[in-house]
Design a binder for this molecule. Sequence first.
Ligand SMILES: *Cc1c(COP(=O)(O)O)cnc(C)c1O
Length: 428
Amino acid sequence: MGKKKGKVSPLISFLNQVVLIPFVPLLCNRNAFLKTACCYFFKTYFRFTYEIAPVFVVMEEILLKKMHEMVGWGEMEADGIFSPGGTISNLYSVLVARYKRFPEIKTKGMAALPHIALFVSEHSHYSVKKAAAVLGIGTDNVIAVKCDERGKMIPSDLEAKILKVKRQGHIPLYVSATAGTTVYGAFDPLDNIADICEKYGLWMHVDAAWGGGLLMSRKHSFKLNGIERANSVTWNPHKLMGVPLQCSAFLVCEKGLLQACNQMCAGYLFQPDKQYDTTYDTGDKTIQCGRHVDVFKLWLMWKAKGTRGFEILINKSLELAEYLYKKLNSRENFELVFDAEPELTNVCFWYIPPNLRRIPNGPEREKLLHQVAPKIKARMIEEGMTMVSYQPHGDKVNFFRMVFSNPATRKSDVDFLLEEIERLGKDL
Ligand SMILES: *Cc1c(COP(=O)(O)O)cnc(C)c1O
Protein backbone atom coordinates (compact mmCIF):
# COMPACT_ATOMS: atom_id res chain seq x y z
CA MET A 1 0.00 0.00 0.00
CA GLY A 2 1.31 3.42 -0.97
CA LYS A 3 1.48 6.11 1.65
CA LYS A 4 -1.26 8.68 1.38
CA LYS A 5 -0.48 12.28 2.11
CA GLY A 6 -2.05 13.59 5.30
CA LYS A 7 -2.61 10.16 6.80
CA VAL A 8 -0.78 9.15 9.93
CA SER A 9 1.27 6.02 9.43
CA PRO A 10 -0.20 3.07 11.32
CA LEU A 11 3.15 2.53 13.02
CA ILE A 12 3.29 6.09 14.36
CA SER A 13 -0.29 5.88 15.45
CA PHE A 14 0.42 2.60 17.25
CA LEU A 15 3.48 4.01 18.97
CA ASN A 16 1.60 7.09 19.90
CA GLN A 17 -1.17 5.22 21.64
CA VAL A 18 0.65 2.30 23.10
CA VAL A 19 3.97 3.78 23.99
CA LEU A 20 3.88 7.54 24.13
CA ILE A 21 0.58 8.43 25.68
CA PRO A 22 0.89 6.37 28.84
CA PHE A 23 4.51 7.39 29.29
CA VAL A 24 4.55 11.09 28.46
CA PRO A 25 3.55 12.22 31.96
CA LEU A 26 6.30 10.02 33.31
CA LEU A 27 9.21 11.27 31.30
CA CYS A 28 9.92 13.97 33.86
CA ASN A 29 10.19 11.37 36.60
CA ARG A 30 12.77 8.77 35.70
CA ASN A 31 12.10 6.50 38.66
CA ALA A 32 8.40 6.39 37.99
CA PHE A 33 9.03 5.80 34.32
CA LEU A 34 11.27 2.81 34.94
CA LYS A 35 8.85 1.33 37.40
CA THR A 36 5.90 1.57 35.10
CA ALA A 37 8.00 0.19 32.28
CA CYS A 38 8.90 -2.77 34.52
CA CYS A 39 5.26 -3.44 35.22
CA TYR A 40 4.33 -3.32 31.55
CA PHE A 41 7.19 -5.40 30.24
CA PHE A 42 7.12 -8.08 32.89
CA LYS A 43 3.35 -8.24 32.79
CA THR A 44 2.97 -8.14 36.52
CA TYR A 45 -0.69 -8.85 36.94
CA PHE A 46 -2.25 -9.99 40.12
CA ARG A 47 -3.91 -13.35 39.79
CA PHE A 48 -6.18 -13.24 42.80
CA THR A 49 -4.58 -16.04 44.87
CA TYR A 50 -1.46 -16.41 47.01
CA GLU A 51 -0.17 -19.42 45.09
CA ILE A 52 -0.08 -17.41 41.87
CA ALA A 53 1.13 -14.03 43.19
CA PRO A 54 2.71 -14.65 46.59
CA VAL A 55 5.04 -11.64 46.55
CA PHE A 56 2.40 -9.16 45.45
CA VAL A 57 -0.17 -10.43 47.95
CA VAL A 58 2.30 -9.85 50.78
CA MET A 59 3.41 -6.48 49.38
CA GLU A 60 -0.17 -5.36 49.33
CA GLU A 61 -0.73 -6.50 52.89
CA ILE A 62 2.38 -4.69 54.14
CA LEU A 63 1.58 -1.41 52.40
CA LEU A 64 -2.05 -1.47 53.46
CA LYS A 65 -0.81 -1.90 57.06
CA LYS A 66 1.53 1.05 56.66
CA MET A 67 -1.22 3.21 55.24
CA HIS A 68 -3.59 2.15 58.04
CA GLU A 69 -0.96 3.19 60.55
CA MET A 70 -0.63 6.60 58.90
CA VAL A 71 -4.39 7.06 58.96
CA GLY A 72 -4.21 6.33 62.68
CA TRP A 73 -6.00 2.99 62.90
CA GLY A 74 -4.71 -0.12 64.68
CA GLU A 75 -2.36 -2.08 62.47
CA MET A 76 -3.90 -5.43 63.38
CA GLU A 77 -7.23 -4.47 61.93
CA ALA A 78 -5.73 -3.32 58.63
CA ASP A 79 -7.95 -4.22 55.72
CA GLY A 80 -8.44 -2.84 52.26
CA ILE A 81 -7.56 -3.27 48.65
CA PHE A 82 -5.74 -1.51 45.83
CA SER A 83 -8.33 -0.54 43.27
CA PRO A 84 -8.36 0.93 39.75
CA GLY A 85 -8.65 4.56 40.88
CA GLY A 86 -10.32 6.81 43.42
CA THR A 87 -13.67 6.51 41.68
CA ILE A 88 -13.68 2.76 42.31
CA SER A 89 -12.35 3.18 45.85
CA ASN A 90 -15.24 5.53 46.60
CA LEU A 91 -17.61 2.99 45.06
CA TYR A 92 -16.21 0.37 47.44
CA SER A 93 -16.92 2.67 50.36
CA VAL A 94 -20.62 2.93 49.50
CA LEU A 95 -20.79 -0.80 48.77
CA VAL A 96 -19.27 -1.77 52.13
CA ALA A 97 -21.22 0.83 54.14
CA ARG A 98 -24.48 -0.47 52.67
CA TYR A 99 -23.51 -4.10 53.28
CA LYS A 100 -22.55 -3.37 56.91
CA ARG A 101 -26.01 -1.96 57.67
CA PHE A 102 -28.01 -4.24 55.36
CA PRO A 103 -26.14 -7.50 54.66
CA GLU A 104 -29.22 -8.87 52.90
CA ILE A 105 -28.42 -6.53 50.00
CA LYS A 106 -25.97 -9.12 48.67
CA THR A 107 -28.59 -11.76 47.99
CA LYS A 108 -31.90 -9.89 47.93
CA GLY A 109 -30.90 -6.65 46.17
CA MET A 110 -32.24 -3.13 46.60
CA ALA A 111 -35.89 -4.23 46.69
CA ALA A 112 -35.28 -5.65 50.17
CA LEU A 113 -33.95 -2.35 51.51
CA PRO A 114 -35.67 0.73 52.90
CA HIS A 115 -35.08 4.08 51.17
CA ILE A 116 -31.47 5.09 51.94
CA ALA A 117 -29.63 8.42 51.58
CA LEU A 118 -25.96 9.35 51.19
CA PHE A 119 -24.43 12.74 52.05
CA VAL A 120 -21.61 14.57 50.31
CA SER A 121 -20.57 18.21 50.18
CA GLU A 122 -21.29 20.51 47.25
CA HIS A 123 -17.57 20.44 46.50
CA SER A 124 -17.17 16.65 46.68
CA HIS A 125 -15.93 14.60 43.75
CA TYR A 126 -18.65 13.37 41.39
CA SER A 127 -17.64 9.74 41.90
CA VAL A 128 -19.91 9.25 44.92
CA LYS A 129 -22.89 10.18 42.75
CA LYS A 130 -21.62 7.81 40.11
CA ALA A 131 -21.37 5.05 42.72
CA ALA A 132 -24.98 5.73 43.74
CA ALA A 133 -26.04 5.34 40.11
CA VAL A 134 -24.02 2.16 39.59
CA LEU A 135 -25.15 0.57 42.86
CA GLY A 136 -28.86 1.18 42.25
CA ILE A 137 -29.22 3.79 44.99
CA GLY A 138 -29.92 6.62 42.57
CA THR A 139 -28.32 10.05 42.33
CA ASP A 140 -31.44 11.74 43.78
CA ASN A 141 -30.54 10.03 47.04
CA VAL A 142 -27.13 11.66 47.23
CA ILE A 143 -27.78 14.78 49.28
CA ALA A 144 -25.47 17.77 48.76
CA VAL A 145 -24.42 19.52 51.96
CA LYS A 146 -23.56 23.23 51.80
CA CYS A 147 -19.98 24.48 51.94
CA ASP A 148 -18.52 27.70 53.29
CA GLU A 149 -16.64 30.22 51.09
CA ARG A 150 -13.46 28.14 51.35
CA GLY A 151 -15.22 24.99 50.07
CA LYS A 152 -15.44 23.12 53.39
CA MET A 153 -18.56 21.19 54.37
CA ILE A 154 -20.72 23.02 56.93
CA PRO A 155 -21.43 20.51 59.75
CA SER A 156 -24.65 22.21 60.90
CA ASP A 157 -26.08 21.87 57.38
CA LEU A 158 -25.10 18.18 57.37
CA GLU A 159 -26.99 17.67 60.62
CA ALA A 160 -30.03 19.58 59.34
CA LYS A 161 -30.12 17.48 56.16
CA ILE A 162 -29.78 14.21 58.09
CA LEU A 163 -32.73 15.24 60.27
CA LYS A 164 -34.77 16.16 57.22
CA VAL A 165 -34.15 12.74 55.64
CA LYS A 166 -35.18 11.08 58.89
CA ARG A 167 -38.39 13.10 59.00
CA GLN A 168 -39.17 11.81 55.52
CA GLY A 169 -38.90 8.30 56.92
CA HIS A 170 -35.72 7.47 54.99
CA ILE A 171 -32.46 6.03 56.34
CA PRO A 172 -29.39 8.30 56.44
CA LEU A 173 -26.63 5.77 55.77
CA TYR A 174 -23.34 7.33 54.82
CA VAL A 175 -21.32 10.55 54.67
CA SER A 176 -18.34 11.11 52.40
CA ALA A 177 -16.16 13.90 53.77
CA THR A 178 -13.42 15.18 51.49
CA ALA A 179 -9.81 15.67 52.56
CA GLY A 180 -8.57 17.81 49.70
CA THR A 181 -11.37 18.76 47.32
CA THR A 182 -10.62 18.46 43.64
CA VAL A 183 -11.17 22.11 42.71
CA TYR A 184 -10.47 24.22 45.82
CA GLY A 185 -8.15 21.79 47.62
CA ALA A 186 -10.25 22.20 50.78
CA PHE A 187 -10.33 19.94 53.84
CA ASP A 188 -13.71 19.26 55.42
CA PRO A 189 -13.81 19.53 59.25
CA LEU A 190 -13.42 15.80 59.88
CA ASP A 191 -13.79 15.82 63.67
CA ASN A 192 -17.08 17.70 63.57
CA ILE A 193 -18.38 15.41 60.84
CA ALA A 194 -17.29 12.35 62.86
CA ASP A 195 -19.27 13.65 65.86
CA ILE A 196 -22.40 13.86 63.72
CA CYS A 197 -21.83 10.41 62.20
CA GLU A 198 -21.49 8.94 65.69
CA LYS A 199 -24.59 10.73 66.94
CA TYR A 200 -26.81 9.43 64.12
CA GLY A 201 -25.07 6.13 63.39
CA LEU A 202 -23.81 6.93 59.87
CA TRP A 203 -20.85 5.37 58.11
CA MET A 204 -18.08 7.93 57.76
CA HIS A 205 -15.97 7.76 54.64
CA VAL A 206 -13.08 10.15 53.97
CA ASP A 207 -12.29 10.76 50.34
CA ALA A 208 -8.60 11.62 50.63
CA ALA A 209 -7.90 10.66 47.02
CA TRP A 210 -6.20 14.00 46.44
CA GLY A 211 -5.16 15.14 49.93
CA GLY A 212 -4.13 11.77 51.45
CA GLY A 213 -0.52 12.36 50.45
CA LEU A 214 -0.28 15.05 53.14
CA LEU A 215 -0.21 12.23 55.71
CA MET A 216 3.40 11.80 54.59
CA SER A 217 4.26 15.33 55.67
CA ARG A 218 4.92 16.18 59.31
CA LYS A 219 4.28 19.81 58.47
CA HIS A 220 0.91 19.38 56.77
CA SER A 221 -0.66 16.15 58.11
CA PHE A 222 -2.64 18.03 60.80
CA LYS A 223 -5.03 19.11 58.04
CA LEU A 224 -6.43 15.55 58.11
CA ASN A 225 -6.99 15.48 61.87
CA GLY A 226 -10.06 13.35 62.57
CA ILE A 227 -9.43 10.94 59.67
CA GLU A 228 -8.68 8.27 62.30
CA ARG A 229 -12.37 8.33 63.22
CA ALA A 230 -13.46 7.33 59.70
CA ASN A 231 -14.85 3.88 58.84
CA SER A 232 -13.15 3.95 55.44
CA VAL A 233 -10.69 6.05 53.46
CA THR A 234 -9.80 6.54 49.79
CA TRP A 235 -6.16 7.50 49.19
CA ASN A 236 -4.66 7.81 45.70
CA PRO A 237 -0.87 7.54 45.64
CA HIS A 238 -1.19 8.29 41.92
CA LYS A 239 -2.08 11.89 42.68
CA LEU A 240 -0.06 13.98 45.11
CA MET A 241 2.62 11.32 45.60
CA GLY A 242 3.37 11.06 41.90
CA VAL A 243 3.01 7.28 41.50
CA PRO A 244 2.18 6.46 37.85
CA LEU A 245 -1.48 5.82 37.05
CA GLN A 246 -3.14 3.93 38.39
CA CYS A 247 -2.63 3.41 42.09
CA SER A 248 -5.43 3.95 44.57
CA ALA A 249 -5.99 2.40 47.98
CA PHE A 250 -9.35 1.74 49.57
CA LEU A 251 -8.82 1.34 53.30
CA VAL A 252 -11.46 0.01 55.64
CA CYS A 253 -11.24 0.05 59.41
CA GLU A 254 -13.20 -3.15 60.11
CA LYS A 255 -11.38 -6.29 59.09
CA GLY A 256 -13.31 -8.91 57.15
CA LEU A 257 -16.08 -6.65 55.89
CA LEU A 258 -14.76 -6.36 52.34
CA GLN A 259 -14.40 -10.11 52.10
CA ALA A 260 -17.90 -10.79 53.43
CA CYS A 261 -19.39 -8.15 51.15
CA ASN A 262 -17.78 -9.26 47.91
CA GLN A 263 -16.79 -12.91 48.14
CA MET A 264 -18.38 -15.40 45.78
CA CYS A 265 -16.10 -18.35 46.69
CA ALA A 266 -15.54 -19.52 43.11
CA GLY A 267 -14.61 -23.17 43.45
CA TYR A 268 -11.95 -23.10 40.75
CA LEU A 269 -9.86 -20.41 42.53
CA PHE A 270 -10.65 -20.22 46.20
CA GLN A 271 -10.61 -23.82 47.39
CA PRO A 272 -10.92 -23.88 51.20
CA ASP A 273 -8.82 -27.04 51.53
CA LYS A 274 -5.49 -25.64 50.24
CA GLN A 275 -2.34 -26.41 52.22
CA TYR A 276 -1.71 -22.74 53.14
CA ASP A 277 -3.60 -20.07 55.08
CA THR A 278 -6.27 -19.11 52.57
CA THR A 279 -6.78 -15.66 54.08
CA TYR A 280 -3.88 -14.79 51.75
CA ASP A 281 -6.16 -15.44 48.79
CA THR A 282 -7.24 -11.82 48.77
CA GLY A 283 -8.78 -11.81 45.30
CA ASP A 284 -12.32 -12.45 46.51
CA LYS A 285 -12.37 -9.13 48.43
CA THR A 286 -12.60 -7.27 45.16
CA ILE A 287 -15.35 -6.73 42.63
CA GLN A 288 -12.87 -7.84 39.97
CA CYS A 289 -11.34 -11.20 39.13
CA GLY A 290 -7.81 -10.71 37.72
CA ARG A 291 -6.22 -7.47 38.80
CA HIS A 292 -3.33 -5.26 37.77
CA VAL A 293 -0.58 -5.14 40.37
CA ASP A 294 -0.71 -1.44 41.18
CA VAL A 295 0.90 -1.87 44.58
CA PHE A 296 4.27 -2.70 43.00
CA LYS A 297 4.85 0.85 41.74
CA LEU A 298 4.13 2.31 45.15
CA TRP A 299 6.32 -0.30 46.83
CA LEU A 300 9.30 0.51 44.61
CA MET A 301 8.88 4.24 44.97
CA TRP A 302 8.50 4.03 48.74
CA LYS A 303 11.62 1.84 48.94
CA ALA A 304 13.57 4.29 46.76
CA LYS A 305 12.37 7.56 48.33
CA GLY A 306 11.34 6.57 51.83
CA THR A 307 8.59 8.40 53.67
CA ARG A 308 10.98 11.37 53.95
CA GLY A 309 11.39 11.45 50.20
CA PHE A 310 7.65 11.69 49.71
CA GLU A 311 7.54 14.34 52.42
CA ILE A 312 10.10 16.49 50.60
CA LEU A 313 8.25 16.13 47.32
CA ILE A 314 4.91 17.07 48.88
CA ASN A 315 6.25 19.99 50.91
CA LYS A 316 7.85 21.33 47.75
CA SER A 317 4.57 21.20 45.81
CA LEU A 318 2.88 23.10 48.64
CA GLU A 319 5.61 25.72 48.64
CA LEU A 320 5.04 26.27 44.94
CA ALA A 321 1.32 26.74 45.57
CA GLU A 322 2.14 29.29 48.25
CA TYR A 323 4.53 31.04 45.87
CA LEU A 324 1.83 31.28 43.19
CA TYR A 325 -0.71 32.50 45.75
CA LYS A 326 1.62 35.32 46.87
CA LYS A 327 2.43 36.29 43.27
CA LEU A 328 -1.28 36.51 42.43
CA ASN A 329 -1.94 38.61 45.49
CA SER A 330 0.68 41.11 44.46
CA ARG A 331 -0.50 41.57 40.86
CA GLU A 332 -3.49 43.75 40.16
CA ASN A 333 -4.53 41.98 36.97
CA PHE A 334 -5.15 38.69 38.77
CA GLU A 335 -7.88 37.95 41.28
CA LEU A 336 -8.18 35.01 43.68
CA VAL A 337 -11.40 32.97 43.71
CA PHE A 338 -11.22 32.84 47.53
CA ASP A 339 -8.70 34.73 49.55
CA ALA A 340 -7.10 32.15 51.79
CA GLU A 341 -3.66 30.56 51.83
CA PRO A 342 -3.64 27.25 49.94
CA GLU A 343 -4.10 24.19 52.17
CA LEU A 344 -3.20 21.86 49.33
CA THR A 345 -1.56 22.60 45.99
CA ASN A 346 -4.70 24.01 44.31
CA VAL A 347 -4.69 27.71 43.49
CA CYS A 348 -7.83 29.14 41.86
CA PHE A 349 -7.75 32.52 40.14
CA TRP A 350 -9.05 34.78 37.41
CA TYR A 351 -7.03 36.82 34.97
CA ILE A 352 -8.69 40.23 34.46
CA PRO A 353 -7.73 41.77 31.10
CA PRO A 354 -7.30 45.59 31.04
CA ASN A 355 -10.62 46.11 29.18
CA LEU A 356 -12.51 44.28 31.88
CA ARG A 357 -10.89 46.16 34.70
CA ARG A 358 -12.76 49.27 33.56
CA ILE A 359 -16.16 47.59 33.94
CA PRO A 360 -17.70 47.72 37.44
CA ASN A 361 -18.57 44.45 39.22
CA GLY A 362 -21.89 43.10 38.02
CA PRO A 363 -23.55 40.67 35.59
CA GLU A 364 -22.00 42.34 32.52
CA ARG A 365 -18.46 41.90 33.85
CA GLU A 366 -19.19 38.34 35.00
CA LYS A 367 -20.44 37.41 31.57
CA LEU A 368 -17.27 38.69 29.91
CA LEU A 369 -14.99 37.22 32.56
CA HIS A 370 -16.60 33.81 32.00
CA GLN A 371 -15.19 33.83 28.45
CA VAL A 372 -11.64 34.85 29.35
CA ALA A 373 -10.19 31.57 30.67
CA PRO A 374 -11.51 29.37 27.78
CA LYS A 375 -10.12 31.82 25.21
CA ILE A 376 -6.70 31.95 26.87
CA LYS A 377 -6.61 28.18 27.18
CA ALA A 378 -7.50 27.74 23.49
CA ARG A 379 -4.60 30.05 22.60
CA MET A 380 -2.31 28.10 24.94
CA ILE A 381 -3.18 24.86 23.17
CA GLU A 382 -2.61 26.43 19.75
CA GLU A 383 0.82 27.70 20.77
CA GLY A 384 1.74 24.54 22.63
CA MET A 385 3.86 26.14 25.36
CA THR A 386 1.78 25.59 28.47
CA MET A 387 -1.61 24.44 29.64
CA VAL A 388 -3.73 24.94 32.75
CA SER A 389 -7.26 23.82 33.50
CA TYR A 390 -10.29 26.03 34.06
CA GLN A 391 -13.85 25.49 35.22
CA PRO A 392 -16.87 27.31 36.60
CA HIS A 393 -17.90 26.28 40.11
CA GLY A 394 -21.22 26.99 41.83
CA ASP A 395 -21.92 30.67 41.21
CA LYS A 396 -18.31 31.40 40.15
CA VAL A 397 -17.66 31.98 36.45
CA ASN A 398 -14.80 30.20 34.67
CA PHE A 399 -11.53 30.47 36.58
CA PHE A 400 -8.09 28.94 36.25
CA ARG A 401 -7.09 26.16 38.63
CA MET A 402 -3.42 25.43 38.98
CA VAL A 403 -2.39 22.28 40.86
CA PHE A 404 1.16 21.21 41.61
CA SER A 405 2.31 17.60 41.85
CA ASN A 406 5.15 17.37 39.34
CA PRO A 407 8.49 17.30 41.19
CA ALA A 408 10.26 18.94 38.23
CA THR A 409 8.27 22.19 38.51
CA ARG A 410 10.29 25.28 39.47
CA LYS A 411 9.37 28.79 40.56
CA SER A 412 10.43 30.05 37.15
CA ASP A 413 7.72 27.83 35.61
CA VAL A 414 5.16 29.55 37.82
CA ASP A 415 6.44 32.97 36.68
CA PHE A 416 6.28 31.77 33.08
CA LEU A 417 2.68 30.63 33.47
CA LEU A 418 1.57 34.05 34.70
CA GLU A 419 3.52 35.84 31.95
CA GLU A 420 1.91 33.58 29.36
CA ILE A 421 -1.61 34.13 30.65
CA GLU A 422 -1.03 37.86 30.53
CA ARG A 423 0.55 37.78 27.09
CA LEU A 424 -2.23 35.66 25.61
CA GLY A 425 -5.09 37.45 27.34
CA LYS A 426 -4.25 41.13 27.47
CA ASP A 427 -6.19 42.02 24.31
CA LEU A 428 -9.39 40.23 25.42
C1 LIG B 1 -9.34 12.58 41.53
C2 LIG B 1 -10.31 12.40 42.61
C3 LIG B 1 -11.11 11.26 42.68
C4 LIG B 1 -11.13 10.22 41.58
O1 LIG B 1 -9.95 9.54 41.48
P1 LIG B 1 -9.59 8.71 40.14
O2 LIG B 1 -8.39 7.94 40.52
O3 LIG B 1 -9.34 9.74 39.08
O4 LIG B 1 -10.76 7.86 39.81
C5 LIG B 1 -11.94 11.09 43.76
N1 LIG B 1 -12.00 12.03 44.74
C6 LIG B 1 -11.26 13.16 44.70
C7 LIG B 1 -11.37 14.14 45.82
C8 LIG B 1 -10.40 13.39 43.63
O5 LIG B 1 -9.70 14.53 43.59
